[in-house]
Design a protein around this ligand. Structure first.
Ligand code: PAF
Length: 289
């Protein structure tokens, strides 16, 4: 695997490959890789001649304290990427992505404000800005994102459609631990007690899922979800909603339904969701199965 730090070098390498007729798949990450990332990389490996993974802890999508605390382990990540058969690692520093005087942002305006987006619009602006930059630098044919971050996925799909990025967005299922907790780099920050408490998140989502499929009242289901989650003393619910999966609007009915939660456990923010489609769920499954 070749590691590249400079955006211009990365673009050069990708342009040369594409001239030679190779297809390129990109899995953008924040690093501290886990099974969720590996399942996206596996998918990318199957679909493309060349697989690129980016590792960049993007300062535009974090508050200063969370940016500093975000788990990083580049050495371990490189080992995993090598064994997953990745061809290129793009690992720029903030000074390469946002040089002095950087002054542009990419924002999906209405959709970013849905769910809890009103209070973290700045976060999603940071995500769409960095993903747009990664697409321009790497120019992938396909880009891979997890369904766990459903709002992020919807925003990236919309940005790609609205701004005509020539890239196909491919979503991978949420990969879960044995007790159902969705894999996330942030799980590594939980104490053993907090990690045990976190199992209440998938449990609550699973309990609501059949009721959502049955067309239950969304406001009542959201209330029930919050009640179930707050029964675990270490959980502080930041946001919960049952909404239409495409528009993220609770009043739109008839399509797929998204059950979404964001909670704090010991100050660490964890999110999870279940997508309820007419013929079943999104394929979320324990990693062990
Ligand atoms: O989901 C993530 O890992 C990040 O938000 C992403 C898409 C790599 C942008 O920094």
């Amino acid at each position: 695997m070749k590691t590249i730090r400079k955006p211009a070098t990365m673009t050069q390498a990708m342009v040369a490959l594409r001239h030679a007729g190779a297809s390129v798949g990109l899995a953008p990450t924040l690093g501290r890789l886990h099974e969720g990332h590996l399942s996206l990389i596996k998918k990318a490996r199957r679909d493309n001649d060349t697989v690129v993974v980016s590792i960049f802890v993007n300062p535009l999508q974090f508050k200063a304290k969370a940016y500093k605390a975000y788990p990083r382990d580049l050495e371990a990540d490189i080992k995993l990427l090598n064994s997953a058969g990745v061809d290129f690692l793009f690992a720029p520093g903030p000074e390469q992505m946002y040089p002095e005087g950087f002054d542009s942002r990419v924002e999906v305006i209405d959709l970013a404000g849905k769910l809890e987006g009103k209070s973290i619009r700045w976060h999603y602006r940071g995500v769409t800005t960095v993903v747009a930059k990664l697409f321009n630098i790497i120019r992938p044919d396909r880009a891979y994102f997890g369904r766990k971050d459903a709002h992020q996925l919807a925003l990236i799909r919309k940005m790609v459609a609205d701004l005509n990025f020539p890239v196909k967005i491919i979503a991978g299922p949420t990969i879960r631990a044995r007790d159902g907790l969705a894999h996330s780099s942030r799980n590594t920050l939980l104490t053993p007690e907090e990690r045990m408490a976190a199992a209440a998140i998938p449990k609550a989502l699973l309990a609501i899922e059949p009721k959502a499929r049955g067309g239950g009242d969304r406001t009542a289901l959201t209330r029930e979800l919050v009640t179930m989650l707050t029964a675990e003393p270490l959980i502080k619910v930041d946001f919960a909603a049952v909404v239409d999966a495409e528009t993220l609007d609770p009043s739109v009915m008839g399509g797929n339904t998204l059950i979404h939660v964001a909670v704090f456990i010991g100050g660490k923010r964890l999110t999870d969701n279940r997508l309820v489609v007419s013929h079943g769920v999104d394929g979320s499954k324990p990693a062990s199965r």
